[in-house]
Design a protein around this ligand. Structure first.
Ligand SMILES: C[S@@+](CC[C@H](N)C(=O)[O-])C[C@H]1O[C@@H](n2cnc3c(N)ncnc32)[C@H](O)[C@@H]1O
Length: 233
């Protein structure tokens, strides 16, 4: 039996700040995309991405791939900001995105947009590069396992994921967002997101990435980002 990336829980077991991963529905997902509450929350999300430096991280982390002109798929692309940003900097062979939300008004002309459920998305086809910004934490362990199986049987060679780091301190940082006007939906969904975030090698483990097949690197930031790069060996 091939081993997946193990989760080293030792460093957390004795900490009073340890949080068990819990996945609950987020309010934004059940709102009509045009609902003013959804629009306000997406605006907050844009600011959160800026504060956490998420788009910049993708840009920097993808630098070694710039010349490769890969087929890229972004899951949970939301308002399309990351795809728009990256397509201005990097030449992809193709760029596709999938989200429940409709195609954003501002979206690269040559990029594709699929409206639907990532968990039932069947077009992994020629995808080589998978991009995930603040989306994988939406999924239960069982859903991540199923998604991981599909990734492993696909042509995906590289995964770049930016997710919430599951630590109490990041909830305090989020709640400080009251001071700059974060909406109630953002504060609720942000808390749910941090509770469903990741630590250490958890994401690779839950996706079932095998050590023998994938090289995985995880980093976290003071502003609450959990970042995983995985490359097929
Ligand atoms: C927290 S938002 C992040 C959006 C974007 N990546 C960003 O950083 O602004 C999560 C996005 O995932 C989408 N989403 C959640 N679960 C999904 C699913 N099962 N299938 C498709 N989209 C999903 C939601 O519609 C939402 O746009």
């Amino acid at each position: 039996m091939e081993s997946t990336y193990p989760v080293d829980s030792k460093s957390y077991d004795h900490s009073i700040l340890y949080m068990v991963r819990r996945v609950k529905p987020e309010q934004l997902d059940s709102l009509d995309p045009m609902d003013p509450k959804a629009l306000a929350s997406r605006r907050d999300l844009t600011l959160i991405n800026k504060i956490m430096g998420n788009h910049r991280w993708f840009e920097q982390a993808l630098k070694p791939m710039y010349d490769a002109k890969l087929h890229a798929l972004e899951i949970g692309a939301g308002g399309g900001e990351l795809g728009t940003y990256l397509n201005e900097k990097i030449e992809f062979s193709t760029y596709s995105a999938v989200d429940f939300a409709p195609r954003p008004e501002v979206w690269p002309r040559d990029a594709m947009w699929h409206r639907g459920d990532i968990l039932h998305y069947e077009n992994l086809g020629t995808t080589e590069l998978l991009l995930a910004n603040l989306i994988l934490h939406h999924f239960t362990d069982e859903e991540l396992d199923a998604l991981g199986r599909r990734i492993q049987h696909s042509s995906i060679q590289h995964i770049y994921a930016n997710e919430p780091s599951r630590r109490t301190i990041h909830k305090w940082q989020l709640w400080a967002g009251c001071l700059i006007g974060f909406s109630a939906v953002t504060l609720y969904d942000g808390t749910i997101s941090i509770n469903a975030g990741f630590n250490e090698n958890e994401l690779a483990h839950k996706l079932g990435l095998k050590r023998a097949e994938w090289l995985v690197c995880v980093t976290t930031t003071k502003m609450g980002a959990y970042r995983m790069e995985a490359h097929r060996r």
